[in-house]
Design a protein around this ligand. Structure first.
Ligand SMILES: C[S@@+](CC[C@H](N)C(=O)[O-])C[C@H]1O[C@@H](n2cnc3c(N)ncnc32)[C@H](O)[C@@H]1O
Length: 215
């Protein structure tokens, strides 16, 4: 997955990076214990969405799941979960933890950009996966999310907010997200919440519906 410097970067056209965003690059981060994104527990926003009934048991996809604390919480809450990550460190840890807790989820070791799925999902839980992908691939990623969701399915997104930088996490400012996930394909729900992250950064919790364009 080598980023092309002059393609579709909605934020910084021509942006280039020296960061290793390949599967091996992410595996190195797991091997070195450089997993600062990992809270060691589910994102508190997930509990809010579950407790308020905004997110109810359904067929859900978690791309770039990492060690998958949210995958475990969703499986435990009765969701039919499919989780994708290409790093061994992520997939192995999640698979072991699911087994230890006697929970079921489909864990797919794959590049997100190579993942194909014949059926569509009711919901997608996107947590700091977009910020791990080079901005020149964001448009493609957005199209994949739209394609994986059924019409009127829901995207639950945690968009990372941080300083502009040339390696992950790539900041996902709200204005940029609103252009990337724009009408008519996407409808934004009103309540956007700021969620603090142990790194001192924060995420914006956003809920979007994939519009039924055939209506
Ligand atoms: C910043 S971490 C976030 C992990 C998890 N969502 C969390 O919040 O704890 C990004 C994850 O995405 C995975 N990843 C990055 N690019 C990917 C790609 N193209 N295909 C599959 N997984 C990818 C990495 O291996 C890593 O586990």
């Amino acid at each position: 997955m080598s980023p092309s410097p002059d393609s579709n970067d909605p934020r910084r056209p021509g942006c280039h990076t020296t960061a290793d965003l390949s599967r091996a690059g992410w595996q190195k981060r797991y091997d070195a214990g450089k997993t600062g994104w990992d809270r060691g527990a589910p994102n508190p926003m997930l509990a809010t969405w579950l407790n308020t009934g905004k997110l109810q048991p359904c067929d859900i996809l978690v791309p770039g799941c990492g060690r998958g604390h949210e995958v475990i919480a969703l499986a435990d809450a009765g969701f039919d979960v499919t989780a994708i990550d290409f790093a061994d460190g992520a997939v192995q840890s999640l698979t072991d933890e699911l087994k230890r807790r006697n929970l079921k989820a489909k864990v797919v070791q794959s590049d997100i950009f190579a993942f194909s799925q014949p059926r569509s999902f009711d919901a997608i839980y996107e947590q700091t996966s977009l910020c791990a992908i080079h901005p020149n691939q964001w448009q493609k990623y957005q199209q994949l999310l739209a394609g994986w969701l059924r019409a009127e399915g829901t995207l639950f997104a945690m968009f990372m907010q941080c300083d502009e930088r040339d390696d992950p996490p790539y900041s996902c400012p709200l204005e940029t997200m609103q252009v990337l996930f724009s009408k008519p394909a996407w409808h934004w729900h009103d309540a956007i919440k700021q969620v603090e992250h142990p790194t001192g950064m924060h995420e914006l919790a956003c809920v979007l519906t994939r519009t039924n364009l055939e209506k």
